[in-house]
Every structure is written in structure tokens, then in C-alpha cells.
Design a protein around this ligand. Structure first.
Ligand code: IVH
Length: 695
């Protein structure tokens, strides 16, 4: 591959990996399996190693992921919570062992299960639980102590003796299969969306506002790493055994190994036996036992060098493909769903599986009657990954993809560059209409209780609901007259509708169901443009310049607002009194009012999010890329050479962290833009010279 292609691929991978990383860490709704994600991440890492000058300082390879939400106090970890390097084969594992042996000589290893949950750090003082903090972005996490206290296996007070006065112990909070199945059964009965897997269920539960809810969900915990002074042993194993004596839940499935062979035996044993465990595991973690050796091996920015994860291949099952249904989503996207001969897979019976699109059907040449392999990734519905050609019936016929919508008969279209087929009849195709309304009323959008999928369908069938705006003219008497509803439910729905008028603008924006505008993008858009009118009036270029938006989303937003049907709905929602503007921000100053700022590189004292918040608190806006519209750049360490070159070419001012802080600090005391500009210029001569003009 030429350098040019490599670099193009790097940019593409940055976007894709960042997207899936957000889906996993922030939204708790992964769309691809860990295996697929790691493959993408590795490809990017390898390209970055080959072209270090082109590596983006903000590449997703540089971060450990983030799960911070606003509702919990953010706490800094005493030492960063690292991730683990992954290996997928015996060869890779062998290379890791060889590296350690070369560096240290013969060492003892400890092999243990890799629990598939969410990481937690517990701090104990004088034998009592002081604090529980999530991993967050590795540097800071959320204080979830109240929720963690409800997990019965976590000791609130330690027993035994010999524990340090103050220490931190880390581990994994997970949801056993039994709790997960019970929770999903309850959600299904209540018409709520199902949770994709026990890992997401555990992470989501830990962030619940009410610790009572957490207590009911049946979480469990295992602890696998202990840090602090005055520990009883200099080995990992010794300290874990001591921790068990103090009352901590430490797994029984741990083994001290002295050779590669012993480690491989442990892996082979658990690759099969894990299927009978009551909780999910996704690999084996191998650690160097001695703390002295661990210290001399040290860590990289992301992971310790003294530990590695061996990831299991996803479980798969072989079964027959009976038929294929085509489902129409709320955006009109067609998803083929396979009906299978029921088969047991990773603890559940699988009857349906997704085959993502026509391309995939052609790529793996699926035919009805074929024996196919199904795998569970991060999604609720497993997917078909491969055909067992040796078992193909002689009379099998190639599979024809549909050309018309199975619901409304409209001819399907395929947008260039996209894999999926779409039904373009958005205003007249039933599942699209119902899906859009269901999305609009869902918990993370307008949160209108009582309006589940069935009720929406009922209202639609009775001609009372054609689009989302109709919700605001629903009449309680008419509602109560519908079968299965009654006065009380009708009153609840009307009350829910009334309350939804207070829902914040960013959620209204998400509720509209604009393609690709998920919860996070809606938040960024609302923060950047501050009103629906500003978004509707922005050009595609202006939209694409906003942080976290990008060209594809910008085009979708422009398309949405250029559609007359959508504009009509917007006007009706406006008359209903929905919030179309962001809350007034209390600004610390207006010195950056009207200024577009790009934040680039890494900062010593603050995270990029902190820097962004500062820019916005002083009235400025953050843009994603350097362009002629940018007023100045705040550059940290490792600003990308391409960005720097572009900034120089355009004559854009570049401030370092200190200069920027001086600028806003001066404003805080002087409240005078003119003075500030003068002061910042004075400052320039002392520090790195500022290029171009700021104001
Ligand atoms: S050791 C510095 N041991 O896997 C030590 N991690 O993919 C870091 N995990 O972030 C972790 N089981 O949340 C360790 N036995 C185990 C584990 C384990 C699960 C998780 C942990 C980590 C993630 C990395």
C-alpha cells in the first residue's frame, strides 16, 4: 500500500475506532464485537508505528476510553487505571513470555480468568470502604460508592488482620447470567429495550441514579489487583490470598505457573470450562507474579508491560438457516434477519441471527438450507459469520435480495458508499413511522411514559397518530376510549406528554431521529449551535466544522431540514411548546465571544474536555479542524505536523496552554477585552512567540 493510501486509511480508522470506542465506553451499546474492535485498533496502531509523523496526537489509540457521566462526582485516580494488552494466539503469547524472560530471566506467572464486566477501584481506610470509583478515562472516574455499597460480596468492613491502614484494590463488577436473564425478562415484560450483554448491564447498573435499583439488580464483584504500601507480600498471588482472608471476593480460578506450557494448559482448560461458569469471561489474564519484577518491567501509557490478556475466540454454534425476514427500521434501513433451527449458544437458545446487509450475503454466499455458524458479538442478536460449505445441500439456490420494501412495497434504494438498502417512503411506511414515534418518546429522548410500541401502533391504526407532532394534540377522552387503555393510563400518557415539554433541547434534538444524530452528537450540536434554528440555518460546511460532527452527519442534518415534511413537523412541535433552545449558559466572561477555537495536542495540567469547557465558559466555540474560520489554536504537546503547517499557512494564532490561561485569567480580573488583548501580547514575548493576530 502506498504512503498516501496508508495515511488515508489512518484517518478513516481514527474515525471508525473513535466511533466504536464511544459506543462501547460512553453509550454502553457496542455495535461490533471486541474482536472486531481490537482488529481495527491494531491496524491503526500498526499504521501509526509505520508513519509516526502522521499519527494524530488525539488518535483513539492514545486513550483508554471514558465512561464519565455528569451525575456522579468525578475523582482523580491515585495512579491511572490501565487497560491490558491483548493477544489472540499462542504465538503472540509466546512472544510476550519471551520478551519478559529476555528482560528479567525466568519468572513466575499467575494465570487468572478475565472477567467480562466493568472495572472498579475500591479504597479502604482503617479497614472500612472509603470510596468506589469507576475507571472513567483511566485518569479520572466517577464516584459510585453508594451504588457499590449495595453489592453484597464487597466487604464494607474488613475482617482478619494485616491489611494496610490505607490501600486501593481493583477488580471487576459483573452481572451473573442469572441476574442478567431476570433483568431482561423484566424489561421485556415492561416493553423496555433489552440490554445487549451482561457487561453493558453491569456498567449501566453501576451508573444508576438510585442505589435501590442497583441493589435489586444482583451485581457481583471479583478483585484482582491490589496496590499500596505495607502490603503483606511481594507477590501478586500472595497479596490476593491475603485479600481473600480480609473478606474480599477473590476468584478461586487462579494458578501460579512456571512455564509457557502450564499457562497454555490453563487457557485450554478454561476455553472449554468457562461455558459452565455462571458469569461471562472473555479470556485469561497472565501476570508476572513478583511486584519487584512488575516494577522493573513498568507500564506503557495504556497498559502494564507485566500483564497480558489472552482473548478467547467468540463462541459459535452450527445450525441450519431456515428462512430470512427483512426488517424495516425507523430510518428505513433494511436488515435481513435469519430464522434458524434453534441452537444452544453461550447460555441461551438462539433462533434468530442478523446478516447485516446484501453485501454480506453475497460475500459469504449464504443460501437457504445452508448450515451456518452463528456467533455472539456485543449485540443482542447473534450474527451469521460463515457457511459450512461441506454440508451444503445439492439443490441449494443462491439467495435473492429483495428489491421492494416488504412493508409498503416501495422500491428500495441504495445510497452510494453505504452497505444498506433503504425504503425511501419515510412518510408512508408503517414500521418507519411507528419506529420514529417510539424513538421520540423513548426514555433518553422525550421520556413519555405509557406510550410503548403497542400503544403507538394502536393509536396509528385508529388514525390518531401519524407523526411525532400529533402526540401534542392527543385528546384524553379519545385516548381513554381505545381498547386496553382506560382512563388512568390515558391520564398518565397526557401527563407524560405535558412534562415532556420541559425536556432539555439536546434531548429534543436527539428525539427528532435525524440520521446519525445519536445522544452524544445531539449534545455536541446543542452545545455548539445553542438553538434548533441555528442548526437548521447552518450550512453543511458549518455543521461539519463543529466538534464531533463530521461530513456524513452534516449532510444528514442538511437533508433533514431541507425536507418540507420535516419542517412542517418542526413548526408544529414549536407551537406545542417544546424547547428549541439550549439553557442559557452562565458565562465567566465574553472575551471569546464569536471566536472559533481549535484545541490540539495534550496538555499538562488539564484534559482536553477541561480546555473545551474553559473556551465555552468564556463564550468561545470549539471547532474540530483547522480552517480559515478558526481564530486561534490552543496547542498542547504533540500537535500534529499537518495541523501546524496548515495553521502557519493560514496565519492563525497559536497559543500554548499557559498563554491561554493567562488570557482568560486576565479577563477574569479585568473584565476588559481590550486590556486582555494587550496583556496577552505582552506575555507573548516572554513565552513562545504567538503567530498571527488574536483579536
Ligand atoms: S488486571 C493493571 N485482571 O480487563 C492491571 N484485569 O481489557 C489491570 N479484567 O481493564 C487489570 N479480568 O477491567 C485484570 N483478572 C483480571 C481481569 C481484568 C477482567 C478487565 C479489567 C481491565 C480489562 C482490560
Amino acid at each position: 500500500m502506498s504512503d498516501k493510501n496508508d495515511i488515508q486509511r489512518m484517518r478513516e480508522l481514527e474515525e471508525v475506532v473513535e466511533y466504536h470506542s464511544r459506543k462501547y465506553y460512553v453509550d454502553n451499546a457496542p455495535e461490533i464485537s471486541d474482536f472486531e474492535f481490537d482488529a481495527l485498533l491494531r491496524e491503526l496502531q500498526e499504521l501509526e508505528a509505520q508513519h509516526p509523523d502522521e499519527a494524530n496526537p488525539n488518535s483513539p489509540t492514545k486513550r483508554v476510553g471514558s465512561d464519565i457521566t455528569n451525575s456522579f462526582k468525578s475523582v482523580e485516580h491515585r495512579s491511572p487505571m490501565l487497560s491490558l494488552a491483548n493477544t489472540y494466539s499462542s504465538e503472540e503469547l509466546g512472544e510476550w513470555i519471551d520478551r519478559i524472560t529476555r528482560e528479567i530471566g525466568e519468572v513466575e506467572f499467575v494465570a487468572e480468568l478475565k472477567f467480562d464486566g466493568t472495572a472498579i477501584s475500591l479504597t479502604y481506610e482503617d479497614g472500612a470502604l472509603l470510596r468506589a470509583v469507576t475507571r472513567g478515562d483511566g485518569r479520572r472516574g466517577d464516584d459510585v460508592t453508594d451504588n457499590v455499597r449495595t453489592i453484597t460480596s464487597i466487604p464494607l468492613r474488613l475482617s482478619g488482620e494485616g491489611y494496610p491502614q490505607h490501600f486501593e484494590i481493583r477488580g471487576e463488577i459483573y452481572m451473573p447470567y442469572a441476574s442478567f436473564d431476570r433483568l431482561n425478562a423484566e424489561r421485556e415484560a415492561a416493553g423496555e429495550p433489552l440490554l445487549a450483554n451482561p457487561r453493558n448491564a453491569a456498567a449501566g447498573t453501576l451508573k444508576q441514579q438510585s442505589s435501590q435499583v442497583v441493589a435489586r439488580r444482583g451485581l457481583d464483584c471479583t478483585l484482582y489487583h491490589i496496590a499500596g504500601d505495607s502490603l503483606p507480600s511481594d507477590t501478586h498471588y500472595g497479596n490476593l490470598m491475603a485479600a481473600r482472608g480480609w473478606g474480599f471476593p477473590v476468584s478461586n480460578h487462579i494458578k501460579v505457573c512456571h512455564s509457557r506450557k502450564e499457562i497454555e494448559e490453563f487457557i485450554a482448560y478454561w476455553d472449554t470450562e468457562r461455558k459452565s461458569l455462571p458469569y461471562a469471561t472473555d479470556g485469561i489474564v497472565i501476570k508476572v507474579n513478583s511486584y519487584t519484577h512488575q516494577r522493573s518491567l513498568g507500564t506503557t501509557a495504556k497498559a502494564p508491560r507485566w500483564a497480558v490478556a489472552y482473548k478467547f475466540q467468540a463462541e459459535r454454534a452450527l445450525t441450519r438457516l431456515l428462512s430470512v425476514d427483512f426488517q424495516v427500521g425507523r430510518t428505513g434501513a433494511i436488515t435481513p434477519v435469519a430464522n434458524l433451527d434453534p441452537v444452544q449458544l453461550a447460555g441461551t437458545v438462539v433462533k434468530r441471527a442478523s446478516i447485516h446487509n446484501a453485501q454480506q450475503i453475497a460475500a459469504i454466499d449464504i443460501r437457504l438450507g445452508d448450515m451456518v455458524y452463528v456467533e455472539k458479538g456485543g449485540e443482542i442478536i447473534p450474527k451469521i459469520t460463515e457457511v459450512e460449505f461441506s454440508e451444503r445441500p445439492d439443490d441449494s439456490k443462491s439467495f435473492e435480495y429483495i428489491t421492494h420494501c416488504p412493508e409498503c412495497g416501495t422500491e428500495l434504494i441504495r445510497v452510494e458508499g453505504e452497505a444498506k438498502h433503504y425504503c425511501p417512503n419515510s412518510a408512508g411506511c408503517k414500521p418507519q413511522i411507528i419506529g420514529r414515534i417510539a424513538h421520540f418518546v423513548s426514555r433518553k429522548a422525550m421520556d413519555i411514559e405509557g406510550l410503548g410500541g403497542e400503544t403507538i401502533e394502536l393509536l396509528w391504526e385508529n388514525g390518531m397518530l401519524h407523526d411525532i407532532a400529533d402526540i401534542y394534540s392527543l385528546d384524553p377522552i379519545q385516548l381513554a376510549s381505545l381498547p386496553r387503555l382506560g382512563e388512568k393510563s390515558a391520564a398518565n400518557i397526557i401527563e407524560g406528554i405535558r412534562r415532556s415539554k420541559d425536556v432539555a433541547f439536546e434531548r429534543v434534538l436527539f428525539a427528532l431521529g435525524i440520521r446519525f444524530v445519536g445522544e452524544t452528537t445531539a449534545k455536541y450540536l446543542a452545545g455548539h449551535f445553542l438553538s434548533l434554528d441555528a442548526i437548521a440555518e447552518a450550512t453543511t460546511e458549518e455543521l461539519a466544522e463543529a466538534e464531533e460532527v463530521g461530513a456524513k452527519i452534516a449532510v444528514a442534518i442538511t437533508e433533514y431540514f431541507s425536507d418540507e415534511h420535516n419542517r412542517n413537523i418542526i413548526e408544529r412541535l414549536r407551537s406545542a411548546g417544546l424547547r428549541f433552545e439550549a439553557d442559557e449558559r452562565v458565562l465567566q466572561s465574553e472575551v471569546l465571544k464569536g471566536k472559533n477555537v481549535v484545541i490540539s495536542g495534550k496538555f499538562s495540567g488539564r484534559s482536553r474536555d477541561d480546555m473545551k469547557a474553559l473556551v465555552e465558559a468564556h463564550g468561545g466555540k470549539c471547532l474540530a479542524a483547522v480552517s480559515a474560520n478558526v481564530d486561534f489554536i490552543i496547542a498542547g504537546e504533540n500537535m500534529g505536523p499537518a495541523k501546524l503547517q496548515k495553521a502557519e499557512k493560514l496565519g492563525i494564532t497559536i497559543l500554548n496552554e499557559e498563554q491561554f490561561m493567562t488570557l482568560i485569567a486576565d479577563v477574569n480580573t479585568e473584565h476588559n477585552t481590550a486590556t486582555t488583548a494587550a496583556k496577552s501580547t505582552e506575555h507573548e514575548t516572554a513565552a513562545t512567540p504567538i503567530q498571527g493576530r488574536l483579536f
